[in-house]
Design a protein around this ligand. Structure first.
Ligand code: ADP
Length: 202
């Protein structure tokens, strides 16, 4: 399955090899991968950025470290980004073609609906930018599920429903493959549980 996935997506195998356990090609357009997003030679990786777009911890820090200092230099000219929106940059030393930076909500149970709408906005705006830039293979980090505290199953459900709606739209037909990638076993199991509700398995 893994070599097929690499072939289908032109994903370069990580120098560390895949992390244990959880790699799944769910169907011909959806995959779940437990690995380091900075190793993927896809068209675009989606960074869980913060509103400054100037780098941070977690996946954001890993992407900036791997891309090199030119990335933050380009980001400085973007004037930040609103929560629930996305901006696109070059990828510099990363093996992917572009980086889409999206700003997830900081989870707050008292504002659950607002958080849901913002997270939906992240996936939607990132996919829209991908289509506008002719990008076809997109790897999403598990936006907001780290320090921003979004519960993993709820975040996976929003990711899947938003991606499904987009793939079924006119623009969505222009996309080849969506990869949900994470470091965390809890996210992988959330995706694996929720994916069949939205996408038929192949
Ligand atoms: P947020 O601030 O939006 O919550 P984080 O970076 O804290 O973002 O976490 C988002 C997710 O990215 C978490 O599941 C975290 O484990 C995962 N993550 C961290 N580094 C990487 C990486 N290099 N590749 C893929 N996923 C990563």
């Amino acid at each position: 399955t893994l070599s097929l996935l690499y072939k289908l997506n032109r994903i370069d195998p990580s120098p560390l090899g895949p992390l244990d356990g959880a790699t799944a090609t769910h169907n011909d357009r959806i995959s779940v991968l437990r690995n380091d997003i900075t190793t993927l030679a896809v068209d675009a990786i989606v960074n869980a950025a913060n509103r400054s777009l100037l780098g941070g911890g977690g996946v954001d820090g890993a992407i900036h470290r791997a891309a090199g200092p030119e990335l933050v230099a380009e980001c400085r000219n973007l004037g930040g980004c609103d929560t629930g929106s996305s901006k696109i940059t070059e990828a510099y030393k990363l093996p992917c073609k572009k980086v889409i930076h999206t700003v997830g909500p900081i989870y707050n149970l008292l504002h659950r609906q607002r958080c849901e709408a913002a997270l939906q906005g992240c996936y939607q705006s990132a996919l829209q930018l991908a289509v506008q830039n002719g990008l076809k293979t997109i790897a999403f980090s598990a936006i907001s599920t780290g320090v921003y505290g979004y519960p993993s199953p709820a975040a996976a459900r929003i990711a899947c429903s938003t991606v499904k709606d987009f793939l079924e739209s006119k623009d969505g037909k222009k996309l080849d493959r969506i990869i949900f990638i994470t470091f965390e076993e809890k996210d992988v199991s959330s995706y694996n549980r929720i994916l069949p509700r939205f996408f038929p398995p192949s």
